[in-house]
Design a protein around this ligand. Structure first.
Ligand code: SF4
Ligand code: SF4
Length: 227
């Protein structure tokens, strides 16, 4: 399980991420921002009290954040198809609460990032600090060209602050007749032979190829169309 430090470090390495909130009119708005600190209470962000972001955080108490770390995807192979460099995506979604200035100041002596926040708030008193304190998320680590390992994808889900998560990937039921079509079609190397065959969720992209080729309708997953 990724720790809160692991999650922060990944987002910090990405730098600028998409921070999305309900807009209060049935829609969603996003903007580019970053987490500036973490501790055992969660992940911290700043905004200003005049921004729609602040109002939406206060009204909804909800926040979803995602970002991607990768090299430029400009290389092409001899067939003029893109050569993706290894990289990863991070996403979290959960609940936020606003901190009082006293809470922020109390953290400053123990954490340089909060010290910087206090310094900034002195210059911009309209700054407000929130903590994402209950959330779930996923690391989606891809190596499509299999440069560093023998399969394309590694997914790891996690939860923090009492939240929960579902494991990724589709699954195979006892209806499997062992024909092997799914194994042949899966370019993610996410299927293991057996009785029944099995899907390795941490490698599965949920592309649906196995679902569509299975003659026994044995591939299952939440939200899949009925067959
Ligand atoms: S395609 Fe369907 S029946 Fe064939 S091995 Fe895969 S899950 Fe089993
Ligand atoms: S959904 Fe796609 S990635 Fe997942 S096991 Fe099936 S074919 Fe492989």
């Amino acid at each position: 399980m990724l720790t809160i430090k692991d999650v922060f470090d990944r987002f910090d390495e990405i730098g600028c991420c998409s921070f999305a909130t309900p807009d209060g009119r049935g829609g969603v708005e996003s903007r580019i921002a970053h987490f500036f600190a973490y501790d055992d209470e969660g992940l911290y962000l700043r905004t200003m009290d005049v921004k729609p972001f602040y109002r939406q955080l206060k009204e909804s108490g909800r926040l979803a954040v995602s970002g991607e770390r990768t090299e430029a995807k400009v290389a092409f192979d001899e067939n003029n198809l893109p050569l993706f460099k290894p990289g990863y995506q991070m996403r979290v979604s959960g609940e936020v609460r606003e901190l009082s200035m006293a809470e922020v100041e109390a953290k400053a002596p123990h954490d340089r990032n909060f010290n910087v926040a206090v310094y900034d708030i002195a210059k911009y008193p309209e700054t407000r600090v929130f903590v994402l304190h209950r959330f779930h998320g996923e690391l989606y680590d891809y190596d499509y060209a299999m440069v560093n390992r023998g399969h394309k994808l590694y997914r790891e889900r996690f939860a923090f602050g009492g939240d929960s998560y579902e494991e990724p990937g589709l699954s195979i039921t006892d209806a499997c007749i062992g024909c092997g079509s799914c194994l042949e079609t899966c370019s993610f190397k996410a299927i293991a032979p057996g009785e029944p065959y099995a899907i390795l969720g941490e490698r599965c992209d949920e592309c649906g190829n196995c679902y569509h080729v299975c003659p026994a309708h044995a591939v299952a997953g939440k939200g899949l169309p009925r067959r």
